[in-house]
Write a protein of this length. Structure first.
Length: 138
C-alpha cells in the first residue's frame, strides 16, 4: 500500500486487521526490529519478543481490537489511537499479568496507545488503560 494523506489511517487499520486475524507475519511487519513495547501485561524489547509474547497470549485467549479514534498524519512520527480490546479466555489463565481469567471469561477495556514511528515501523508502543478503572466490574 502506498501511504499518502488519504490512506494513513487505512494503513493503521490494516495493522489492526492483521492483529485481529492473528496474522503474526502481517502485523509483525509493522514493528521495527528493536521496538520497545510498554503494554498492560508486559514490557518487551524487540520485534521477535513482541511476537513471541502475542503467540503465548493467543494460545490462551482470543483478542480483538477495535479502533475507536485515531490521530495521525502522513509523515508524522507518532500515532495516538483509542482502542477497545475484548479478551475471551479459551482456557484458565490464573497467572495472567493483568488479572486471572477462567475459560469462557470475557473482559473489555478501552486503552489509549501511542505508537512512535520511523519509516512506517513502530519503534515504541506505549499503552494506558482508560476503562475500566480499578475496582470497576469487568
Amino acid at each position: 500500500m502506498s501511504i499518502g494523506p488519504r490512506n494513513f489511517r487505512a494503513w493503521f487499520e490494516a495493522y489492526l486487521a492483521a492483529f485481529n486475524r492473528a496474522d503474526f507475519d502481517g502485523f509483525g511487519a509493522y514493528y521495527a526490529d528493536d521496538v520497545i513495547f510498554h503494554g498492560q501485561a508486559a514490557q518487551i524489547h524487540g520485534r521477535h519478543a513482541v511476537l513471541d509474547f502475542y503467540r503465548m497470549v493467543r494460545a490462551r485467549l482470543d483478542e480483538q481490537v477495535e479502533l475507536v479514534s485515531f490521530v495521525g498524519a502522513t509523515g508524522c512520527r507518532r500515532i495516538a489511537a483509542e482502542l477497545r480490546t475484548t479478551l475471551l479466555a479459551r482456557e484458565d489463565w490464573l497467572e495472567m499479568p493483568t488479572g486471572a481469567m477462567r475459560a469462557g471469561d470475557k473482559r473489555q477495556s478501552v486503552n489509549i496507545v501511542f505508537y512512535d514511528l520511523h519509516e512506517y515501523r513502530f519503534t515504541r508502543v506505549r499503552s494506558a488503560r482508560l476503562w475500566p478503572q480499578p475496582g470497576t466490574p469487568r
